[in-house]
Design a protein around this ligand. Structure first.
Ligand SMILES: Cc1cc2nc3c(=O)[nH]c(=O)nc-3n(C[C@H](O)[C@H](O)[C@H](O)COP(=O)(O)OP(=O)(O)OC[C@H]3O[C@@H](n4cnc5c(N)ncnc54)[C@H](O)[C@@H]3O)c2cc1C
Length: 374
């Protein structure tokens, strides 16, 4: 046994790196560990950009979390000296009765989020890159924008290291033994002891808690960059957007940050696992996305490159942030379902509060494990 820590964080992606940062500010003896060299392109947190927005069409219940997340992103920006957020505004597009439009408006109204409703004509005039078909309207919110995921993870880890956290990289956790008074973390290179452990292993999470039989599924997601010289897609002229083009079916994207416009489908990927994930992108997939672009944009754009990523989904698309039901010294985090990155700054804070037996500053009952038994 080499060391005993107050808290160990297993998995240093979006959630784990943030948890480590927040723990590191408390002066506790903490350690974070990852099987790879974070930030890396093998999990759920790569690909240059993530959307952050407040008028949350999914459910107004998320808005207090997102408001707190903005404050904590600003905090880590200040503490790390890195730019992690770029404000672009955010446009939700769809027919007036789609979930994205109605949901964004509901959250904006309930939580006093500045927004405007755009007609079809107003979308075309303000953002000439878009080709909104008949009946497509928009909800635009000014505070939405882009987080740079790799830089966010780097920032959390760098400040955690400055605060004397131990960070172990390229070291895979193989087993975790929970005892009433201590947790034993076994890795490919050693054994560690901690009073508490946070499991934030993304798409690998089920491997650590098979006994809970959580209803998690892993979904393959492809990100595409299409290159164009047109100024109408540059960051000053195009907001981040989510377009619900048929009930429940969405694609989303980002302005050109240098490599072209980035576009992706939200969900609609094939079920997969960390062991069977197909990381190759077929010509058929590229052609299909090119078709989406030519239908919805006034643009000439050529495929530049793509990457494959994983969503880890719960059936209700809400996160898991909770204690293990049988082992209160184990905290479980599955904050994905394809929309977890923007919350990572606050997720890490909540995880650190659970690990230190503090009352979480926001009501996390909607992310409980017990909801799956109801
Ligand atoms: C294509 C795509 C687009 C997305 N777009 C958005 C968006 O625009 N906005 C948004 O808010 N969210 C978005 N999301 C969701 C968001 O990115 C995820 O919710 C978030 O990245 C999940 O972070 P995580 O910490 O749970 O997992 P990860 O970041 O994958 O971290 C898990 C870590 O655990 C480590 N690990 C696993 N097993 C072990 C082990 N045995 N030992 C040691 N370490 C281990 C892994 O190496 C990894 O570093 C998107 C996700 C994808 C895939």
């Amino acid at each position: 046994m080499s060391s005993t820590f107050d808290v160990m964080v297993v998995g240093l992606g979006a959630a784990g790196s943030s948890a480590l940062y927040h723990l590191s500010k408390t002066g506790k003896k903490v350690c974070g560990i990852d099987q790879f060299l974070p930030p890396h392109p093998y999990g759920s947190s790569h690909g240059q950009s993530r959307i952050i927005r407040q008028a949350y069409h999914e459910d107004p219940l998320y808005v207090p979390f997102i408001k707190r997340a903005y404050v904590l992103w600003e905090e880590i920006e200040k503490n790390s000296g890195k730019q992690l957020f770029l404000k672009t505004g955010g446009l939700m597009l769809g027919h007036p009765d789609t979930g994205v439009i109605k949901g964004a408006e509901l959250s904006a109204k309930m939580h006093d989020i500045p927004y405007a409703y755009l007609s079809n004509q107003e979308i075309s005039t303000r953002f000439p890159a878009f080709k909104p078909g008949n009946n497509v309207v928009g909800v635009i919110e000014e505070n939405a924008g882009i987080l740079f995921p790799e830089d966010c993870i780097k920032a959390h880890l760098e400040v955690a290291a400055t605060n004397n956290s131990k960070i172990l990289k390229n070291e895979k956790v193989t087993t975790i033994h929970t005892h009433s008074d201590v947790v034993e973390v076994v890795t490919t290179q050693g054994k560690y002891r901690a009073n508490k452990v946070i499991i934030a292993t993304g798409a690998w999470i089920s491997e650590f808690i098979p006994e809970l039989n959580l209803p998690l599924t892993v979904e393959r997601q492809v990100l595409y960059w299409f290159k164009t010289n047109e100024s109408r897609v540059r960051v000053d002229n195009l907001p981040i957007y989510i377009w619900e083009y048929a009930p429940g079916k969405m694609f989303y994207g980002f302005p050109d940050l240098g490599d072209g416009i980035k576009v992706a489908h939200h969900h609609a990927g094939e079920p997969t696992s960390v062991h069977t994930l197909n990381r190759n992108i077929s010509q058929e997939e590229i052609d299909s996305m090119r078709n989406v672009i030519s239908t919805h944009f006034n643009l000439n754009a050529a495929f530049n490159y793509g990457t494959v990523c994983m969503y880890t989904n719960t059936p209700d698309e809400r996160f898991i942030i909770d204690y293990h039901p049988q082992h209160k010294n184990m905290i479980i985090a599955s904050p994905c379902s394809g929309h977890g990155f923007k919350f990572a700054s606050v997720t890490g804070r909540l995880l650190s509060q659970l690990a230190l037996n503090e009352k979480p500053e926001l009501d996390i009952s909607l992310f409980s494990i017990s909801r799956f038994n109801k």
